[in-house]
Design a protein around this ligand. Structure first.
Ligand code: ZN
Ligand code: ZN
Length: 152
């Protein structure tokens, strides 16, 4: 029997008919883990328009919905502030705010390292190479400190 990696994380030997495929990520889930009966699984395979999505994708859908709700409530707050004729909000459009939120989201896992002298190389690829070296050195230093404390 082939081994499958179930989307819930359990590895199991399963026959193909006992697996349901997520319509979003295409990953397999054992129908027992999906809390589905064999006949329900059969329906998702045979009936057009009937699909099943895994917990992870459902969660993602929920996250998107709650983000939507947050954006709508932000929008309403902004409109309300605008109606109050607040000078701050008038200079700061809704789109600017959305852009700022997106920018922050993009940078949320960035690491900022201070006190590194500006690299003088003229090409941007040289600059990024040199910056990488500096970061490498710094990380190696931190890792060496870590392994020293582990020895103790
Ligand atoms: Zn499972
Ligand atoms: Zn999925």
């Amino acid at each position: 029997m082939p081994t499958i990696q179930c989307s819930c994380g359990c590895a199991a030997f399963e026959e193909e008919h006992k697996i349901v495929i997520c319509c979003v990520c295409n990953k397999p889930t054992k129908y027992t883990c999906a809390d589905l009966t064999a006949s329900e699984v059969r329906k998702t395979k045979t009936k057009v328009g009937l699909s099943w999505s895994c917990t992870i994708c459902n969660q993602m859908g929920n996250d998107i919905n709650s983000l939507k709700a947050i954006i709508i409530s932000l929008k309403n707050d902004i409109l309300e502030l605008k109606n109050r004729d607040s000078p701050i909000v008038n200079n700061f459009g809704f789109e600017d705010i959305i852009q700022e939120i997106n920018e922050r989201e993009k940078r949320k896992s960035n690491v900022i390292i201070y006190n590194i002298p500006e690299c003088l190389a003229s090409s941007s690829s040289d600059r990024s190479k040199e910056d990488k070296l500096v970061v490498d050195k710094a990380l190696q230093y931190v890792l060496s400190l870590h392994s020293e404390t582990e020895k103790d």
